[in-house]
Ligand binder design. Sequence first.
Ligand code: MN
Ligand code: MN
Length: 310
Amino acid sequence: MEKELVFGHQNPDTDAIGTAIAYSYLQNKLGYDTEAVALGEPNDETAFALKKFGFEEAPRVIKTAANEVNKVMLVDHNEPQQSVSDIDKVTVTHVVDHHRIMNFNTSTPLFYLAEPVGCTSTIMYGLYKHFKVEIPENIAGIMLSAIISDTLLLKSPTTTERDKKAVQELAEIANVDYQKYGLEELKAGTNIASKSEEELIDLDAKSFDLNGKNVRVAQINVVDLPEALERKETFLKTMKDSAKSEGYDLFMLLITNVLDSDSTALVIGSDEALTSFEKAFGEVKDSEISLPGVVSRKKQVVPPLTEAFK
Ligand code: MN
Ligand code: MN
């Protein structure tokens, strides 16, 4: 069988990398020839999870796909601008995702499974059950890590009963106490002191086309908001430089305290884009706005922004 690559979105998070690994393993069991790859290096949290569950190497990083395969499988994304740079040159045969579907078109039929749950690994867990494939301990561990990451240890409003059930069963297979491990995992991704503002605004950033406006939404996890905000001026300057060079109409940096699930956002952009932003979230003062309880980009940020940019 012709080899296919399996990958998640650019600036990969633990779901993008972990679910790609899990899906590739499942598909190989089902007779496909696949390799899990990534569109970037693992972040600190993902690296912690990979190490914890005995993955010695992270998935190989690719810049383009068409130079090595004709067919690919996508997990944890579908929007082309979040995918591999030459996505238009390959055939997408499978998608497993939990995001909005936008600008996604194919010329041939495909397997597409999208469900509104907290994490792609929760859907993957269901697929393993469906195909009656046993989940190995290390794969269970990385899927568990993905769900903990996406749901902030089951506290994000994106969390469903199915995520909770998957976490319990995967933790059992992976042989960990998920509360204890989950906190360790989330904390592993909060070390911002060692990173530059350039790195931090790109670590977990996604672009969205909102009614023709190019909107960038980045998120960083911290355990100490005031400490992060000490770097506000440098963050703002870096965001402005990035917006200028990349052509963003709006750049929002969501700084989330993973311990209490609150966020503060830094926002820059054109007057027109900022007006739309304020329609969604209220007044921005000195490029800053407090967003208590907001932790989910896909559920609490992108939908109100989409509405406001109409
Ligand atoms: Mn993701
Ligand atoms: Mn996800």
